[in-house]
Design a protein around this ligand. Structure first.
Ligand SMILES: Nc1ncnc2c1ncn2[C@@H]1O[C@H](COP(=O)(O)OP(=O)(O)OP(=O)(O)O)[C@@H](O)[C@H]1O
Ligand code: SF4
Ligand SMILES: [Mg+2]
Length: 336
């Protein structure tokens, strides 16, 4: 059996945040008992409001952050046991702001070649020729190699970040909001480039974005996060056509009413933003859920298997619940 490209098993990550003079320390649950697997060659889109744990999940998968509990595997190998250089050959990041992630004092050629040079045992000539090849592959002219990041446009900088991520020919690329800092016209070029590279290099992507239209375009499967948990996961087409979790429905509805200029969906669920230091009892979405039932306030829903994924809601078709109540409520949901 082929190993999953990424496998996350019961992973939890908490942060202890020190309180001020008058406030107590807070324990933030950023990722809460999350499990999933991504098949080689797929693109798992991860969506959810700010603070729901997307970047923490990305950093856990990249091995930049250890889990508080649980295990993570990349290409069948446990990340926590993996040597840093071996991990770099398997999995690489592309972050939102290439300006922040590129050393401003280094020339593009050195930035892109560094992961390869750091592996050791590669001649300077070999590094130089692989840098030239990957720069060309991401659409940067060779003379760009002599420039500093400040001498490039936003789109060119993100191409440099992609070249640096790909020079080791990794199997997996974790993209955390890779186009959010770019102009709309440039976003499409970068998304097309990422799609081409995935095909050519047989890559698997974890693709985090606030922009649902982008996720619908690039992802083969989508995970919806809420307060540290994946509350629904499904193949992209089915998630966008028949979302089953009330939160997914609210997110998708928000596409029609975006906050101008913010790029962050207004999910239309009021302004009682969830607090990861104070996770509600029962279903963690219950204070905002438009179809909450009494049971939701004290009993956390389990996972229900659906034809193309999973959903975590007492009212999900197939979930164990009083069927009459469910029929009534699901009919109501369908009308929304
Ligand atoms: N190093 C840290 N120390 C303390 N708290 C943290 C740390 N990193 C993340 N958090 C907290 O964990 C929660 C999840 O953060 P995370 O950055 O993963 O969210 P996100 O979904 O990526 O949000 P955004 O969409 O704004 O990027 C937030 O409440 C955040 O404040
Ligand atoms: S379990 Fe209850 S509160 Fe949670 S999403 Fe489903 S209906 Fe809403
Ligand atoms: Mg983030």
């Amino acid at each position: 059996m082929t190993a999953a490209a990424i496998e996350v098993r019961s992973v939890r990550r908490t942060f202890r945040v020190r309180g001020g003079l008058l406030s107590a320390d807070r324990n933030i649950v950023a990722v809460d008992d999350v499990s999933f697997a991504v098949a080689p060659g797929s693109v798992l889109g991860v969506v959810g409001e700010s603070g729901c744990g997307k970047s923490t999940l990305a950093r856990l998968i990249l091995g930049l952050l250890p889990p508080t509990s649980g295990e993570l595997f990349v290409d069948g190998q446990r990340i926590t046991d993996m040597d840093r250089r071996a991990r770099a050959r398997l999995i690489q990041p592309v972050f939102q702001d290439p300006f922040a992630s590129l050393n401003p004092r280094r020339r593009v050629r050195d930035i892109v070649g560094l992961p390869l040079a750091a592996q050791g045992g590669v001649s300077r000539a070999e590094v130089a020729s692989r840098v030239d090849a990957i720069l060309e592959r991401v659409g940067l002219a060779r003379d760009m190699g002599d420039r500093l990041p400040a001498q490039l446009s936003g789109g060119q900088r993100q191409r440099v970040a992609i070249a640096r991520a790909l020079i080791l020919r990794p199997r997996i690329v974790v993209c955390d909001e890779p186009t959010s800092a770019l102009d709309v016209s440039v976003q499409a070029q970068i998304l097309n480039l990422l799609a081409e590279l995935r095909r050519d290099f047989n890559l698997t992507y974890l693709f985090i974005s606030h922009n649902l239209a982008v996720v619908e375009h690039v992802a083969t499967e989508v995970a919806v996060m809420y307060l540290g948990r994946i509350v629904e996961r499904a193949e992209t087409e089915s998630l966008f056509r028949t979302p089953e979790h009330p939160y997914t429905r609210a997110l998708l509805a928000s596409v029609l009413t975006p906050e101008p200029g913010l790029g962050v969906p207004d999910v239309g669920l009021g302004d009682s933003l969830p607090d990861p230091a104070n996770i509600p009892s029962g279903c963690r979405f219950h204070p905002r859920c438009p179809v909450v039932i009494d049971r939701c306030r004290h009993e956390a829903p389990g996972l229900t298997q659906r034809p193309t994924g999973i959903v975590e809601c007492h009212l999900a078709p197939g979930a164990a619940v009083n069927l009459q109540v469910k029929d009534r409520l699901v009919a109501g949901l369908g009308d929304r």
